[in-house]
Design a protein around this ligand. Structure first.
Ligand code: 5GP
Ligand code: MN
Length: 342
């Protein structure tokens, strides 16, 4: 991955004057990469004398609670004291990490749009960023934003500046966004970066355990139910979809984050090419999509579900009922197949 020298110089200039107020934002339903990249970048900026507030629109999943520094992140939805609004209004620089469109911030996006004085920097790996930024590190070829943040830290302050605390959260982001290093672009340089993180002495099996083996009993039972009872196969078993209503999730003592990863499971079936899950929320249905190889779910999400993401992992929203959402998905699959895209 080549980071543009021009952009790097612009960034260096932007953060050169110490004592600035900075905000780091990441997306709704923040995942390991959103949180990991935010914490590591905040630590780096604080070390060179800036005051930094990390903000996410909604809470992160409970299995990330153990991460050092995660409690300092302001959750906009629960922010009764107005810390987020104050930080955004006063910000000299706003960093947008791990998302490409203000729509991924829900109502927090309006607040960001209203601030016209702060400089804006994008650090992201999603396709087709839609907003204007003063400096833009947009690298869809990067397997995670955490990897991108590592590369920036390395370029600005050297690999030896990375502490074990930073390494731990960066590792979480790199691990979760690549499905524990099983998909996405796994380049030799990613492994060189991982070697630097490992050399700080982080406990990799422990990190793995904290993230992947810390779920509730309810999640295990909900998973079994979803695969056994709710997975429907289409097109000779090459496309799968699953759905969960609020009532079904309540039955299994659902906590936010419990359905994370379910959508990947149908792809363990040999001939599967695309998988979808529909999760009911109060005002809409969240759509998650995964695919193998040439099947492009980024385009599919943009075309049919007002969303986007990556080539093999994308998401969007549906504002009609669950049966209508499923019918719409099934019709979209047929249309996509007819065009030779599936
Ligand atoms: P997940 O299925 O894990 O929630 O999301 C997979 C990918 O799709 C992520 O990279 C995420 O950023 C993207 N994505 C999920 N939901 C949306 C959405 O509503 N809009 C857009 N543009 N991207 C989304
Ligand atoms: Mn990411």
């Amino acid at each position: 991955m080549d980071i543009s020298q021009t952009n790097l110089d612009l960034l260096r200039e932007l953060i050169a004057e110490p004592g600035q107020k900075m905000v780091i934002l990441s997306h709704t339903n923040p995942d390991g990469d959103a949180v990991g990249s935010s914490i590591a970048w905040a630590t780096a900026l604080r070390r060179v004398g800036h005051s930094v507030t990390c903000i996410v629109p909604t809470k992160y999943p409970y299995y990330l609670d153990w991460m050092t520094g995660i409690r300092d992140i302001v959750i906009f939805k629960n922010d009764a004291e107005g810390r987020a609004a104050k930080a955004v209004a006063e910000a000299d620089v706003i960093f947008c990490l791990d998302f490409h469109s203000l729509s991924r911030l829900d109502t927090l996006g309006d607040m960001i749009a209203a601030n016209t004085t702060a400089k804006r920097v994008l650090i992201d790996h999603h396709l087709n960023p839609t907003e204007k930024f003063d400096v833009m590190f947009s690298h869809p070829e990067a397997s995670s934003t955490s990897y991108l943040v590592y590369k920036l830290i390395e370029a600005l302050w050297g690999a030896e500046s990375v502490t074990a605390e930073q390494a731990e959260v960066l590792y979480v982001g790199m691990m979760t966004d690549t499905g524990n290093f099983s998909f996405s672009t796994l380049t030799p340089d990613l492994y060189r970066s991982l070697a630097v993180l490992a050399a700080t002495g982080i406990d990799i099996p422990q990190i793995h355990n904290n993230v992947y083996n810390s779920f509730t009993e309810g999640r295990a039972r909900l998973f079994g139910y979803t695969i056994n009872r709710k997975m429907k196969l289409l097109r000779k078993g090459t496309v799968a979809h699953m759905s969960l209503t609020e009532e079904e999730m309540r039955r299994f003592w659902f906590q936010q984050g419990d359905s994370e990863g379910f959508v990947n499971y149908p792809l363990t079936i040999k001939k599967m090419r695309m998988s979808a899950i529909f999760i009911e929320h109060k005002d809409f249905i969240r759509v998650s999509l995964r695919s193998r190889g040439a099947v492009d779910v980024n385009t599919f999400a943009a075309r049919y579900f007002e969303g986007g993401g990556h080539h093999n992992a994308a998401g969007g929203k549906s504002f009609v009922s669950m049966p209508e959402t499923i019918a719409r998905f099934e019709a979209a699959v047929e249309e996509y197949a007819k065009e030779g895209l599936l």
